[in-house]
Design a protein around this ligand. Structure first.
Ligand code: PLP
Length: 224
């Protein structure tokens, strides 16, 4: 028999080292399934479409932390701003500028991760490693006072080649270490590394992930 959502969550959490948090990726899953996860103690949910997030959030308890993990269009930032606690997928200065403006507009600040592009697929978004370092050294991240930089996010290539996946996560981890060493984002808040999905989170954890984003292994296949 198939395991329940609660059993899946318990099983994953039992394998996560201390300090690693589980983001339950609930995109395309009905609210009833999110409620099952909530009842099992899950509080962090990851969504990747603004409209879906806006529709689901009012149907869930107030202590849910909503993470936005998908490609974010600038014209969707206003909709999600009152809801999100962490945006994983910041991939341009233009998007940051919009996020900053919309956060200021409603008098809040918002936590973000900068997404790195390390996978081989062109379709995936994110800053190239060299691009991010260059922007950082030029001070391009500094003007945004309503944004709190919390760390990096990345996706590995979709492949069964675990050595390739490991090398990509290692690259993210070393970029993160360099940013810390150079104190590019000073303060204790820059402390999150979001990497790892259903098929590769074990590898991500070995490379220092602090947030794993797991959908299928919790909820089963998505109903598109
Ligand atoms: C959908 C998605 C996930 C979850 O993928 P699963 O393979 O279902 O665990 C994680 N991260 C991002 C950015 C996603 O879009």
């Amino acid at each position: 028999m198939q395991q329940s959502i609660a059993e899946n969550i318990t099983q994953i959490k039992a394998q996560l080292p201390e300090g690693v948090s589980l983001v339950a990726v609930s995109k395309y899953h009905p609210v009833q399934q999110l409620q099952e996860a909530y009842a099992a103690g899950q509080r962090i949910f990851g969504e990747s479409h603004a409209q879906e997030l806006v529709a689901k959030a009012p149907l869930m308890p107030d202590d849910v932390q909503w993470h936005f993990i998908g490609h974010l269009q600038r014209n969707k930032v206003r909709q999600i701003m009152p809801i999100v606690s962490l945006i994983h997928s910041v991939d341009s200065i233009r998007l940051l500028s919009t996020i900053d403006k919309e956060a200021a507009r409603i008098g809040r600040s918002v936590d973000v991760l900068l997404q790195l592009h390390v996978a081989q697929e062109e379709a995936k978004s994110g800053f190239a490693v060299e691009e991010l370092m260059q922007l950082a050294e030029n001070g391009e991240f500094q003007p945004f006072k309503h944004v709190r930089y919390r760390g990096l996010m990345a996706m590995a290539t979709f492949t069964t080649d675990t050595a390739l996946i490991a090398s990509e996560f290692a690259r993210v981890a070393s970029t993160y270490a360099t940013l810390l060493e150079k104190q590019i984002f000073p303060g204790a808040d820059f402390n999150q590394l979001s990497m790892g999905m259903s098929d590769d989170w074990h590898i991500a954890v070995e490379h220092g992930a602090t947030l794993v984003r797991i959908g299928t292994q919790i909820f089963g296949p998505r109903q598109y």
